[in-house]
Every structure is written in C-alpha cells, then in structure tokens.
Design a protein around this ligand. Structure first.
Ligand code: ZN
Length: 82
C-alpha cells in the first residue's frame, strides 16, 4: 500500500473528423446584405464580372439602385468563393 493518486484514466478523445463535403466547384458569391441592403439575396456566378453584372441587375430590379462603377469597386471585395 502506498500513497498515491489513483491512476488517471487516459481520456482519449478521438476528435470526430468532420469532413465537410464542399461542392467541387466554388462559385463567386455575393450576399446582397453584405452590400448593405436588408435583403436575403445571394448572387452566384462563375466569375467576378458575372457576379457584378447580376448584382447590378438585381440591385436595379429589387432595390431600384443603379450600380455605378464606384459602387462596383466597393462590391468587388465583398465577393468571395462559396
Ligand atoms: Zn438584394
């Protein structure tokens, strides 16, 4: 008999590998709300230029807003791959 601590059970945490299956092809994505509109609209296309074009169309139709070249420049950094 000795003085000691009970053996500490080795808790082996097997981290569950969560493999997120992402679509193989990522799309250039713009969330309308990121631009500042209170809108759930998501614009997706293969290229940034296409997203901008669709965004301009959407802004006009849904928000009666004309996307100026200056606005387009501000929108560009908001486009990400998703
Ligand atoms: Zn919108």
């Amino acid at each position: 008999m000795g003085i000691g601590y009970p053996p500490k059970p080795l808790d082996i945490y097997i981290s569950q590998l969560t493999v997120s299956l992402k679509p193989i092809q990522l799309m250039k994505t713009l969330h309308c709300k990121d631009v500042g509109f209170d809108c759930p609209g998501i614009i997706q296309a293969d290229s940034e230029a296409e997203v901008l074009q669709l965004a301009a169309q959407h802004a006009l139709e849904a928000h009666q807003t004309t996307v100026t070249p200056e606005m387009a420049e501000q929108i560009k950094p908001l486009i990400h791959e998703e």
